[in-house]
Design a binder for this molecule. Structure first.
Ligand code: SAH
Length: 468
């Protein structure tokens, strides 16, 4: 499976700076399911072509997917088109091989990143299931590509069998390389319509991130989102809503809408926490009860944070975090800055000591009240970060959630939800006992009578009686 990208803008070898790949070298990137080779079949001033050759291991593919084993053997697991067509494996390969270019960075020649160049992309075998040539055109033409399509018959010897779903596609356009890469990254799996891994919330993040410059205005936006997320209604709805930004916070009617409203509050909360961590001047931060790793991902984007640790008691949740962080596509330099590990916040743990800051976002309400004291000692007496940013729901606000029954809590796993007075009393006592100062901020829209949906405390450790 081969993808080539050619430019004729002189000097055409500028392409190699943009891709961060030397034209004289053969390079390879290990993928979990095979190897991607990167090389330049042509490289001079007038024309430069880079090729990405994907070598998928069909046996490993079956073993890794968990579909192997004596009971589940079918020939279809081993003999299929996966090694030979451009699919989501190609997207993973693009992300791994060309991550710097896709992120729009170029250290040696930063001015090249925003240069519009003439490009020609050839995808040797593209599978366009349920859509064919028409769909290929409808996805690429609105983005400005001139599209050439060659379709293959199923078998030359049996023309009556008709056409296959396989095409060789050439795309031509004048655009920035980072945009071109994000287009093919998203649209190849959209056309293939068959993803190699489980579709999860993490995929929504990837889609919105990679499509952020063009998806909002694409005429086939809905179809792209649905197929990328494999028609999983909830996720697609969520992605569409975030793209159109029309979900009101807190005033939801059905469960789907309520989920979207919750999601928006969650995003807002994490942004506020991130801002506090940034302005604290911390360089190392531990996210205690990191959940699926949304905050970790945001922390990673801030260069200020040299060491980031995520801790959670739930192994399954940490697996989701690892997937959200796209560890398999992460450049080594980023990987060095971040770690996730299993741990409980109610037991002393040396690995938590020595951080400038800790985030504890929507975690304490999951602890039994009689374990709060142990939590306090682990965090404030033993780990002792300079800054602690801690959030929890404000129970008073619950009456504004229309779909919540009176007297219930926001999540079935919550052991308690506090009023503002209850939280502030607890936090003030914790600060006093452990030589910290504390201040409070509301998060989300503040209602005159009941306050904001989330309450936040910012603790600062005092040094010799002064704030650090
Ligand atoms: N901070 C994340 C997740 C909040 S959900 C966010 O805002 O998105 C609460 C998380 O706390 C869950 O992931 C849960 O597994 C974790 N948790 C609950 N009790 C814990 C304990 N005793 N030690 C560590 N993590 C705990």
């Amino acid at each position: 499976m081969l993808l080539t990208i050619t430019t004729t803008r002189t000097p055409a070898t500028d392409l190699s700076y943009l891709l961060h790949k030397h034209p004289g070298k053969l390079q390879a990137v290990e993928l979990s399911q095979g190897v991607a080779h990167i090389f330049y079949p042509h490289a001079d001033d007038d024309k430069c072509t880079v090729a990405l050759l994907l070598d998928i291991d069909p046996i490993g593919l079956v073993r890794k997917s968990g579909e192997g084993g004596p009971d589940s053997f079918t020939l279809g697991h081993y003999v299929n088109d996966r090694p030979y067509v451009a699919s989501s494996f190609m997207s993973v390969a693009i992300a791994r091989a060309f991550s710097t270019a896709m992120n729009g960075t170029c250290q040696k020649r930063p001015e090249l990143v925003d240069v519009t160049m003439p490009f020609e992309v050839t995808i040797s075998v593209l599978s366009a299931a349920r859509g064919g040539e028409l769909l290929i055109r409808r996805l690429f033409e609105p983005l400005g590509y001139a599209v050439t399509v060659e379709q293959y018959v199923l078998d030359d010897n049996f023309p009556e069998w008709g056409q296959s779903k396989y095409f060789t596609v050439t795309l031509k356009a004048d655009l920035k390389l980072k945009d071109l890469l994000s287009h093919v990254y998203v649209l190849i799996p959209v056309l293939d319509n068959e993803k190699h891994y489980w579709v999860s919330q993490q995929e929504v993040e990837k889609l919105l991130q990679k499509g952020e410059r063009w998806l909002r205005d694409h005429t086939e936006k809905e179809q792209i989102i649905k197929r990328y997320l494999r028609n999983i209604g909830g996720l697609a709805k969520n992605a569409l809503a975030r793209l159109t930004d029309d979900a009101p916070e807190g005033s939801a009617h059905d469960d789907g809408e309520r989920d979207i409203a919750k999601e928006k509050l969650h995003d807002k909360r994490l942004k506020v926490v991130l801002d506090e961590l940034v302005s604290s001047g911390s360089n190392t931060v531990v996210d205690l009860g990191c959940g699926e790793g949304k905050l970790l991902k945001m922390l990673l984007r801030e260069k200020q944070f040299k060491k980031i640790l995520g801790v959670d008691v739930s192994y399954r949740t940490l697996e989701k975090a690892a997937r959200r962080l796209v560890f398999d596509e992460m450049p080594p330099k980023q990987k060095e800055r971040i770690e996730i590990m299993q741990g409980a916040l109610t037991y002393r743990d040396k690995r938590l000591v020595g951080f400038d800051a800790a985030a504890i976002v929507e975690v304490i309400e999951h602890l039994d009240l009689n374990r709060l004291k142990a939590f306090e000692r682990v965090v404030f007496e033993f780990a002792k970060p300079g800054t602690v940013v801690l959030t929890t729901p404000n129970r008073e606000y619950n009456e504004l959630f229309e779909t919540m029954e009176a007297g219930t809590m926001r999540h079935t796993d919550h052991r308690f939800e506090w009023t503002r007075v209850e939280f502030e009393t607890w936090a003030t006592d914790v600060a006093k006992r452990n030589n910290y100062s504390v201040s409070f901020k509301p998060v989300g829209d503040v209602h005159e009578r009941v306050g904001a949906p989330t309450q936040m405390a910012i603790f600062k450790r005092k040094v010799d009686g002064n704030e650090e």
